[in-house]
Ligand binder design. Structure first.
Ligand SMILES: [Zn+2]
Length: 208
């Protein structure tokens, strides 16, 4: 299997929305749904990708804002999310005490479970629970790539100053589950540029 990754970012929050595609079968998923879903929809159309699911690293507004538009364009594909944040997507329950409810009610929500591979067409993702920025934060690993959401960034880590954040869990998850991956694993974060596990282990000021 050859996995191909395309990155799109919205202008307001610089939140990344990824298209991850099996180059042989064209089966694909979208990881996170930023404020400009038209960008990833366009990329999927250009490539002839068959989007089978939308995977969420977590449910802060900037990672789910485009969900309805995305599913209107790509069909009512399942939205996969960790159980701790399921109600945000299925019932519009606010993720943060600090912010109001989110007008998102998706009828086709499926679970991302740590230790259980998530299959979407010919793609299979390893699910790593990396909470701390939010309770249901996950990182998704496939081939030589890991999508870390707002847990790990190039040179930084996610915010943990919200009421339902936990800085100790955040660091512990990054150390035990992400830094344990091979050095050449390419890291695609929720915001900003790509990096590698090796570079972050050596140079990330929050982890060294
Ligand atoms: Zn974010």
């Amino acid at each position: 299997m050859t996995v191909h990754v395309e990155v799109t970012a919205d202008r307001r929050f610089g939140t990344n929305s990824y298209l991850v595609e099996d180059e042989e079968t064209h089966d694909a998923v979208v990881i996170d749904s930023n404020l400009e879903p038209d960008l990833v929809i366009e990329v999927a159309r250009e490539r002839g990708a068959n989007v089978k699911a939308i995977l969420l690293t977590h449910t802060d507004l900037d990672h789910i804002a485009g969900l309805h538009e995305l599913r209107e364009a790509l069909g009512p594909v399942p939205v996969a999310v960790h159980g701790a944040e399921r109600d945000v997507v299925s019932a519009g329950k606010p993720l943060r005490r600090e912010f109001g409810p989110i007008a998102t009610k998706v009828d086709n929500v499926v679970a991302l479970v740590e230790g259980e591979p998530f299959h979407a067409g010919s793609l299979a993702f390893e699910v790593l629970h990396t909470p701390g920025h939010s309770p249901g934060g996950v990182s998704l690993r496939i081939d030589g790539y890991v999508f870390t959401g707002d847990a790990l960034f190039a040179g930084s880590i996610g915010r943990s100053d919200f009421a339902n954040s936990d800085s100790r869990k955040l660091i512990e998850g990054i150390r035990k589950k992400l830094l344990a991956l091979p050095d050449d694993t390419i890291v695609y974060s929720g915001h900003g540029p790509a990096t590698t596990i090796g570079r972050e282990r050596k140079t990330n000021p929050f982890l060294t």
